[in-house]
Design a protein around this ligand. Structure first.
Ligand SMILES: C[S@@+](CC[C@H](N)C(=O)[O-])C[C@H]1O[C@@H](n2cnc3c(N)ncnc32)[C@H](O)[C@@H]1O
Length: 477
């Protein structure tokens, strides 16, 4: 484990005492600890949960169980050790909960670190991917803590974790949901969004008994309502929690009827490749395509097909990168920005003037539906001419049958689709929804639209051999 400055803050979000006391009472409800029981707090920080257990035992007149706290950050581990040095039966281990051997426990309680995959080293990611079922896709460390805690819980043991609510619905947490369906999830409580001193984390307290599932889970919603439900399957649990049934319709999904559901084109240097149309040098016009960013998608219903901005595209219409000698005036323009372009990491494996991601132009330049990547309320627009290049802040949906575009867009803007998106999409910090292609692709579609599935394969074949002349240059007009 590194001991640098970054690690010192890694995933540290202290839990308020009120929440700790509430979680400890859940942990021991109907099953108070015996002195011979053992309890674990993984990622114990300075030991606030262990202190909470001591408070609970004092107030109820019970003897303490044996307790272990594990903390990877040496300063906090030291502080915890100092705090409990005169209390028998408490052991603070400085180490990594996710690696190395560990004994089984009767109780596990804690607030695992929220550390996204982007903060992990390549070596850590590789190691976790080998050791953990939950280390899939863009995983977060709290998912791995969940898995390890479940595995070190004795049969009949109980654990209580506070984590972001995302594990209930994001695709990345599907392997964790598969693990959780094998045990009894006694309760899920959606906790007040402001619980962590202004840090909006959408927290959830989950209480689990390590025994085969035998009954329903009690869900306590943030508005004070409660319901019982059976949580199973690797799909999103939100429809079940909100009172629906299965998460998938029996029919098809958006993926089935679309040629593409993707995030817009990433140049890696929009400051170079994206220009205002009205100040563009005439000799660059042959390389320019109108482009649109999320911030330009404003009024419902309206879309400006002649955007104020254009993207300079060093690719053929088939999406092949032009040779440097064929770039002409675009080459001269880009050469002046060469230093900026070579700062992009992608140029380690690509020519200096290529986009960060190769744009699939034959699919992009088609009639399509557009939406913002982050939005308070999802809304979908139609680019009927198929002329706009969506930028990275825009998602685009290309139906296989362009004749369905109006109906599909109407459906995507329907309250029913809006509810589905609200239940399945991740939330950004301000409560806005984050639309991601893997979620959009799984969106159920009405039967009438699903029937067009058969036509998708035909369109795909056509796409492989598009009738696009002028493969040398992109001509806007
Ligand atoms: C969200 S904080 C919670 C701290 C404390 N339990 C509390 O509730 O205030 C998570 C803690 O886990 C620690 N941590 C992160 N990765 C760890 C690992 N692999 N093993 C052990 N501890 C880890 C962090 O240093 C941090 O102190």
């Amino acid at each position: 484990m590194q001991e640098d400055g970054q690690d010192a803050v890694r995933g540290f979000v202290p839990t308020p005492a009120k929440i700790i006391d509430h979680m400890v009472s859940r942990l021991f409800r109907g099953r108070p600890p015996e002195p011979s029981d053992n309890l674990l707090d993984p990622g114990c920080g300075t030991g606030v949960f262990l202190a909470g257990v001591i408070r609970w035992c004092r107030e109820t007149g019970r003897a303490l169980p044996q307790m272990v706290g594990i903390e990877s950050e040496p300063g906090r581990a030291r502080e915890a050790r100092a705090q409990f040095c005169s209390t028998d039966g408490i052991q603070i281990r400085h180490g990594d909960f996710l690696t190395g051997a560990i004994e089984p426990f009767d109780f596990v309680i804690g607030n695992p670190p929220y550390v996204s995959i982007y903060s992990l080293s390549e070596e850590e990611k590789r190691g976790y991917r080998v050791a953990y079922e939950t280390a899939r896709g863009r995983f977060d460390l709290y998912l791995l803590f969940f898995e390890r805690a479940l595995k070190c819980l004795k049969p009949g043991g109980r654990m209580v974790f506070i984590t972001p609510e995302k594990f209930l619905y994001v695709e990345t947490a599907s392997p964790l949901r598969r693990l959780l369906e094998r045990v009894q999830i006694e309760e899920i409580e959606f906790v007040d969004e402001e619980s962590f001193d202004g840090l909006v984390t959408y927290p959830t307290i989950t209480t689990i008994a390590n025994r085969p599932p035998s009954g329903a889970t009690l869900v306590r919603m943030r508005d004070g309502t409660q319901r019982s439900c059976r949580l199973d399957g690797g799909g999103s649990w939100m429809p079940i929690i909100r009172g629906g049934s299965a998460e998938r319709s029996s029919g098809g999904t958006l993926r089935d009827i679309c040629l593409r559901v993707s995030c817009g084109v990433a140049t890696g240097a929009d400051d170079v490749f994206v220009r205002r149309a009205d100040t563009l040098e005439p000799e660059l016009a042959a390389f320019a395509l109108p482009t649109i960013a999320g911030r330009e998608l404003t009024k419902p219903g309206e879309i400006r097909s002649h955007s104020a901005y254009v993207m300079l595209v060093p690719y053929t219409k088939e999406g092949s990168l032009l040779a440097e000698r064929d770039l002409g005036p675009l080459g001269r323009y880009l050469s002046r920005k060469r230093e900026r372009l070579t700062q992009r990491t992608c140029t380690r494996r690509k020519p200096w003037y290529a986009f960060h991601e190769t744009p699939p132009l034959p699919e992009v330049l088609r009639p399509k539906i557009l939406c913002k990547d982050i939005t308070e309320k999802p809304y979908f627009w139609i680019d009927r001419e198929g002329s706009l290049v969506p930028r990275h802040s825009v998602y685009y949906i290309v139906p296989a049958d362009a004749g369905l575009i109006e109906r599909l867009c109407d459906y995507l803007n329907s309250p029913e689709a809006g509810r589905w998106l609200a239940e399945h999409c991740q939330r950004a910090a301000n409560g806005f929804l984050r639309l991601q292609s893997n979620i959009l692709k799984e969106m159920p579609i009405p039967d009438g639209l699903a029937r067009s599935r058969r036509r998708k394969s035909a369109s795909r074949r056509q796409l492989q051999f598009p009738e696009l002349a002028d493969s040398e240059r992109l001509a806007v007009r």
